[in-house]
Design a protein around this ligand. Structure first.
Ligand code: SER
Length: 597
């Protein structure tokens, strides 16, 4: 039996031996990227480098990245879909391209893991008006020994990856599928059927990142041709152990076993509800365990977190799990994931506290809301209607905290549907002004190297230092999120800033702007960066060399910070800095919003 830890080690060793530097997993909560709520792939934190910023570790990188994807949340509970998973990835930033990337994948699979060539099929991009048919990739696979009838060409919907948000690097990909059962497909149609129903599972994706999708939907050739690959740890461990589902992977199996042992009567390992509880509790614990302090709420990451927990509770009830159970499962999650993600142990108390609060809040509401919904459905039945009104669904949300998908799921189980569009409009109206903010929020992202965001990025560094200079030397960054319109900065502090402090912070930053300080970067060792007093996160295991941005004028250093960039060249480009809002985010975490004008 191979464990996740062993697969991860063998993968990193393999790529390290072939000239790749190991980089740490980024947080699940993206830094400076308002276009997505979670880190969805290993390439995501690398976007600036895929667009051409130099990376401190050079052109060949690899890592294990923790990811959350919610697009497939309805499919969680089947054999292979997960909302949280670990992804192995190797990257070439303007170095090797198709030939070497595919050869490396093939060597790892067939030589290192000893998967017989007969157990896999591959897919390539069939071409459209944005990019040509990828004959080169197909040729490379054929030359490596993959039979022609197992190389399939598919359209963009299947064989194109990215961008991670609305804009950014993307390109045609080639996907590798493992045959869990020894079946040979006879056509692409048959391949599609087998890969969507289970016996063929996608294990690895090599993306040939050669385009940048712009805000107006165009695909521009990137200056730098990159490779971005991703392999799901859970899937790979499962198939290597001869299993036909991801829950056989050690990091899920231990949680599932506990779910089964507390279910009454004990369910089967294949039970969909038990799998959903397993997946969702793990995802919730991973989000709660992040240092950024995301807690259940009705917006953004906090709302996704809330849905994971609430949905887990509902599915737990279906399999007879009574009373409070989240923390019992959370302990198992921390045990199996804690070696790889030490923040889980550090934030243990907060994880338990938040799960308990959410469980307490929702357990009674779930019971009462379910009774109400059942009565409503009976009434509908009586009047021969099959659709629950948007208003009823919205009442369940407002009065009982039922996320729409829980209501929809309950309706579906009884043969009803829900007016989802109506619900969305009620929700939009309800979220009024904050929604307006949200519309703008989904533009840009890490790929946005516009003048506005670049300026705000530099302003963020100055603000970070100003807070330490003016308010408290122990302040550090807890999170940052920049759109074209404003910067948003979270930091550790437990009091409201006074008007006088706000004014002095603004003055400090504006002095640095008036001084016309230069912004420059240098690559250096962690030790050197620390010695020079650079701000940044240094707890990462692997990062040996870092990129450090300095804002200075002559001998006066205004700010020194570990960062990927990009930044303005001189602070005079910022003109004037202004704080527009301050608020509390969580216990001990405050937020500032600011603009440059
Ligand atoms: N970004 C690609 C994916 O997520 C490859 O890592 O599949």
């Amino acid at each position: 039996m191979i464990s996740s830890a062993e697969l991860k080690k063998r993968y990193l060793d393999f790529f390290q031996k072939r000239g790749h530097k190991i980089i740490p997993s980024a947080s699940l909560i993206p830094e400076n990227d308002p276009s997505v709520l979670f880190t969805t792939a290993g390439m995501h934190p690398l976007v600036p480098y895929l667009l051409g910023e130099p990376h401190p570790h050079g052109q060949r990188l690899c890592n294990v990245q923790r990811c959350i994807r919610t697009v497939d949340i309805d499919e969680v509970g089947d054999a292979w879909h997960l909302s949280f998973f670990e992804m192995l990835g190797n990257w070439s930033l303007g170095g090797y391209f198709k030939e070497e990337a595919i050869a490396l994948s093939f060597e790892f699979l067939t030589k290192e893991l000893k998967i017989p060539t007969e157990r896999f099929s591959v897919t390539c991009f069939e071409g459209d008006r944005d990019a040509p048919r990828d004959e080169e990739t197909a040729r490379i696979w054929a030359e490596l020994g993959v039979a022609k009838n197992r190389i399939h060409f598919l359209p963009k919907a299947d064989n194109w990856w990215g961008p991670a948000g609305e804009t950014g690097p993307c390109g045609p990909d080639t996907e590798m599928f493992y045959h869990v059962k020894d079946i040979q497909e006879k056509s692409t149609e048959e391949f599609l059927k087998l890969s969507s129903t289970g016996p063929f599972v996608e294990i690895w994706n090599d993306v040939m990142m050669q385009y940048n999708k712009t805000a107006d939907g165009k695909f521009e050739e990137l200056k730098q041709k990159n490779v971005d690959t991703g392999m799901g740890v859970e899937r790979m461990v499962a198939v290597l152990n001869g299993a036909d589902n991801a829950y056989a992977c050690d990091t899920l199996a231990a949680i599932l076993d506990r779910v089964i042992s507390i279910s009454a009567p004990a369910t089967a390992k294949t039970n969909r509800n038990a799998r959903i509880v397993t997946d969702h509790i793990r995802a919730a614990v991973m989000v709660l365990g992040e240092n950024k302090g995301v807690v259940p709420s009705n917006v953004d990451q906090g709302y996704v977190l809330r849905r994971f927990i609430r949905r887990a509770i509902r599915h737990a009830r279906i399999i007879g799990i009574r009373g409070e159970f989240c923390n019992e499962l959370a302990k198992v999650v921390i045990d199996v994931m804690g070696d790889s993600y030490p923040e889980l142990r550090k934030n243990r108390a907060r994880i338990f506290e938040e799960l308990e609060k959410e469980e307490e809040k929702f357990s009674v509401a779930l019971e009462n809301g379910t009774k109400l919904l059942e009565r409503e459905l009976q009434l509908l039945e009586g009047s021969h209607q099959k659709i629950l009104s948007a208003k009823s669904a919205f009442d369940l949300f407002q009065s009982f905290g039922f996320p729409l998908e829980i209501t929809a799921e309950m309706c579906k189980e009884k043969g009803f549907s829900v007016d989802k569009e109506g619900f969305d409009s009620l929700m939009k109206a309800h979220q009024d002004l904050s929604r307006k903010g949200a519309e703008q929020k989904f533009k840009g992202g890490l790929a946005d190297h516009s003048e506005e965001t670049t300026k705000l990025h530099t302003a963020t560094h100055l603000l970070n230092e100003a807070l330490r200079q003016v308010v408290d030397p122990s302040i550090h960054q807890m999170g940052s999120n920049i759109t074209k319109e404003r910067l948003r900065f979270d930091f550790n502090y437990d009091k409201k800033l006074t008007d006088d402090q706000i004014k002095r912070i603004e003055d400090w930053v504006n002095d640095a702007i008036k001084a016309e300080a230069d912004v420059s970067f240098a690559m250096m060792s962690i030790e050197e960066a620390k010695k020079q007093g650079a701000q940044g996160v240094f707890e990462a295991k692997y990062e040996k060399v870092v990129k450090v941005y300095t804002v200075s004028k002559g001998d006066r250093v205004y700010s020194r910070e570990v960062c990927g960039g990009p930044h303005v060249k001189n602070t005079r480009e910022l003109h004037h800095f202004k704080i527009t809002k301050q608020e509390a985010v969580a216990a001990g975490v405050r937020r500032i919003k600011a603009v440059v004008e």
